[in-house]
Structure formats: structure tokens, C-alpha cells
Design a protein around this ligand. Structure first.
Ligand SMILES: [Zn+2]
Length: 67
């Protein structure tokens, strides 16, 4: 299990949740997910209900965050 801290980001147009490095989540928008997609909002932890626990977590982000 990864101990790298990721925040949960969301791409508004698709509703897909992406992982954003926590170190960049504190910066102003726009944010880039670890898969390269730009996200519109950052809300909570990637490990939480808005990230992996959401209905549509990005499979690419999941793979990168867990590797
Ligand atoms: Zn992604």
C-alpha cells in the first residue's frame, strides 16, 4: 500500500476523480492529476470517498498512485 499522499481531484466535464499530488494540491488552480489530466476541483483525499471511493476513479491515476 502506497504511503504517498495524494489529494482527490475531479474533472468537471467527465465527473472522473483523479489523483493530485498533495504537495501541489495546495497551489492555486489549475491542477494536474498524476495521469496528466487537468482537474477543476481538488476535494479531500485520494484514498477517501471523493477519490478511490467515488463512482468513477481514474484507472490510470489508480495505477500510478499504487505503484
Ligand atoms: Zn487520472
Amino acid at each position: 500500500m502506497s504511503t504517498v499522499d495524494h489529494a482527490a481531484g475531479r474533472e468537471q466535464s467527465t465527473g472522473v476523480a483523479h489523483a493530485v499530488l498533495a504537495s501541489t494540491a495546495d497551489l492555486p488552480a489549475p491542477w494536474a492529476a498524476i495521469c496528466g489530466v487537468s482537474v477543476d476541483v481538488v476535494q479531500g483525499k485520494w484514498n477517501g470517498p471523493r477519490g478511490l471511493g467515488s463512482s468513477a476513479p481514474c484507472p490510470e491515476c489508480r495505477r500510478i498512485a499504487e505503484s
